[in-house]
Design a protein around this ligand. Structure first.
Ligand SMILES: C[S@@+](CC[C@H](N)C(=O)[O-])C[C@H]1O[C@@H](n2cnc3c(N)ncnc32)[C@H](O)[C@@H]1O
Length: 284
């Protein structure tokens, strides 16, 4: 992918409103990515990521994709859909500590009705998603902390790596460092939830300058709310980071440096939540 493809990507995203594809992705999202916000309202959460990942699989003809953080499966299914539609035989490996058969809170919209159930991917995918979209999804029940090391040892490489697991700065830095080692030359790194105004978006924001050192083309695309309604949930704008043009593959990996990021995140987390640490307070 080159710079023109990137420009075309954000234009394409905006123009995808009201297309058959955006409708199909909304239908999948309503049963695998629907959210109930703290306000009690229901709605989509950046379903645009499904469109974007679908597009990236199509444009690159990706054969191997790695997703960190399966969640309820929305993004994997969208990539599986692209693979099936364009006959790419893309193999999607996805990692999450919550296994396919483990129940989790499951908000969804079916027949225009919002409900919250306790359910699992195994059951929901079987009941609501065409098998042809999920047949090439390989689910690993584990964490990125354990699995990325194993993948590195196995010498596997990926065309697209989508990072959407732990959102704190330590987890994102860890996942990005391994992902760079696991990407094929010419591969694409994608991060969800790039948002300087949201707590969960700080990890992706903090790692941005480091991503820029390794990739020649790094873009933050505005996604959430571009196509699908961003509900009045109090959510702020959030986007996705897409990086291409990975240079030299001769890396030296200094795992111990992750300790710094762990400490840094503990300090940020602590400072963020303690009002007494801020050098100003209101007189009572
Ligand atoms: C936002 S959801 C993922 C959504 C999914 N990527 C999608 O687009 O449909 C985040 C998921 O990451 C998982 N997770 C958290 N930390 C993780 C880690 N270190 N490794 C793998 N998964 C993790 C959580 O269990 C949760 O299911």
């Amino acid at each position: 992918m080159n710079s023109d493809d990137f420009e075309a990507l954000s234009v394409w995203l905006k123009e995808s409103r009201d297309s058959a594809l955006s409708d199909e992705i909304f239908r999948i999202g309503a049963v695998t990515g629907w959210r109930r916000w703290p306000s009690g309202e229901f709605g989509p959460s950046n379903f645009e990521r499904g469109l974007l990942l679908h597009r990236l699989v199509k444009l690159t003809g990706a054969k191997d994709v790695l997703e960190l953080g399966t969640g309820r499966g929305f993004s994997s299914i969208c990539m599986g859909m692209a693979s099936e539609t364009y006959q790419l035989n893309t193999q999607i490996t996805t990692i999450d500590p919550i296994g396919p058969g483990k129940n989790q809170e499951w908000p969804m919209r079916v027949d225009s009705k919002d409900t919250v159930d306790s359910s699992n991917r195994e059951k929901m995918w079987a009941n609501h998603v065409p098998k042809k979209f999920t047949q090439n999804i390989h689910q690993i029940t584990s964490t990125s902390f354990l699995e990325l090391r194993k993948l590195l040892r196995s010498d596997r490489h990926f065309d697209i790596i989508f990072i959407d697991a732990g959102h704190d700065a330590f987890s994102v830095t860890h996942d990005v460092a391994y992902a760079i080692l696991l990407l094929r030359q010419g591969g694409i790194l994608v991060l969800d939830d790039f948002s300087p105004t949201e707590w969960y978006g700080l990890g992706a924001v903090m790692v941005l300058p480091h991503v820029r050192r390794f990739f020649s083309d790094v873009r933050v695309l505005r996604t959430d709310g571009v196509i699908y309604p961003s509900t009045a949930s109090g959510r702020q704008e959030s986007g996705m980071l897409v990086a291409t043009g990975l240079g030299d593959h001769d890396f030296k990996f200094m795992r111990m440096r992750l300790v710094w990021w762990r400490l840094l995140w503990l300090a940020v987390n602590f400072s963020y939540t303690r009002s007494w640490l801020f050098p100003l307070s209101k007189k009572s």
